[in-house]
Design a protein around this ligand. Sequence first.
Ligand SMILES: Nc1ncnc2c1ncn2[C@@H]1O[C@H](COP(=O)(O)OP(=O)(O)OP(=O)(O)O)[C@@H](O)[C@H]1O
Ligand SMILES: O=C(O)[C@@H](O)C(=O)CO
Length: 416
Amino acid sequence: MRGAIADDFTGATDLAGNWRARGLRTAVALGVPTAEDLAGLAGHDAVVVALKIRSAPADVAVAQAREAARALAGLGCTQVYDKYCSTFDSTPEGNIGPIADALLEETGARSAVVVPAFPDAGRTVYQGHLFVGSDPLDRSPMKDHPLNPMWDSRVADLLRPQTAHPVAEVPVGVVHTGEDALRAELARLEESGARYVVVDALDNDDLAVIARATADARLVTGGSGLALGLPPTGRTLGPITAVPGRRAVLAGSASRATQAQVQAAREHLPHVKVDVAAVLADPAGQVDSLLAWAQERWAEAPDRPVLVYSVGDPDDVARGRAVTADASAVVEGLFAALAPRLADAGATQLVVAGGETSGSVAHGLDVAVLEVGQLLSPGVSWLTGRRRGADDVNLVLKSGNFGTVDLFTTAWEELG
Ligand SMILES: Nc1ncnc2c1ncn2[C@@H]1O[C@H](COP(=O)(O)OP(=O)(O)OP(=O)(O)O)[C@@H](O)[C@H]1O
Ligand SMILES: O=C(O)[C@@H](O)C(=O)CO
């Protein structure tokens, strides 16, 4: 079985979607799987353990990553895929370095490739620099990220402050020479002391070379793109089963792409914006009133999705933070509490935007395992969430920056 550890929930579903696209039956375990959850993973070719450790204190992140690595070893996985963000989201203190250091130890690997490239989503690495579309990372919108503004584009320079281990680079010319040349270069660099090797990749052919050269590695690290480098199994996997019921979009993401999706959806869907001050004053009351609002809208048009969002324009996060320094937790708490109430009221199909928001919603719904279904666009798939002690729900857990602009109105058409 293939196994991965993802540092956030939408990153996990992104990687799982790419494995599925290669014909692997893939499940996502939310949190380190319990013995009971492990039973639900039987019959799969691949499992991604989704953690919520991207912005956690490094010691917490490392402890959870170690536990997840042991669970994967218990499932017989001989390679761990350490999935972080394709925009290398981290601070100089971590957590990409500390987690990778711990996974080197857990897996016994002497070195690991570092491959954030995901060309299908516009992320490429050339001369060691990470690009988002045509912008170097530190000139892309990631320069203004609220939690981890990206200060450089050279991946090795982003990683070095986060690890005591030596970091080397392999230019795309070596990748273009083929898998044997790359394997030899990786072995040479490992012999000379490198523990991390940033490998250039401009397209999926480059990723295929890297995937073949590292097929026997105990640890690989990267965005989800490297998964597309696997040879296809040739198996065609059908769509997941749609669970009929009410529909909602829960958007707690602050990213530009999500703001555009919210803007587009407001033209077509009944919508309401979360009022941070009101939630702070009366969290339970706000959940009740949002639920009542959704039920009224569904009574008018049962198949029409409702949209609950928290960021409508770029200043909304600052406004929320002016209300309370804990605005993120307040908004996440609201979505975590609202999702199961919507589900109790018949919502079975939810599109959720934002990595942290998706984690909160999945926890709120007490989802143990996600079955990965059809891909909507790079990094975005329909999923079936298996809830503990409750009926299944269909979910899209979307990274803030991913998805087409009409995602919130068109995703439903792909559910069958
Ligand atoms: N109006 C608001 N005021 C303050 N904080 C907010 C507001 N709306 C959302 N937030 C918080 O901003 C954070 C957004 O993070 P989230 O990971 O969900 O989305 P993102 O950063 O846009 O996407 P991703 O991490 O997937 O790239 C969450 O913690 C959320 O609760
Ligand atoms: O790699 C990405 O860009 C995404 O999967 C991600 O990590 C979202 O948070």
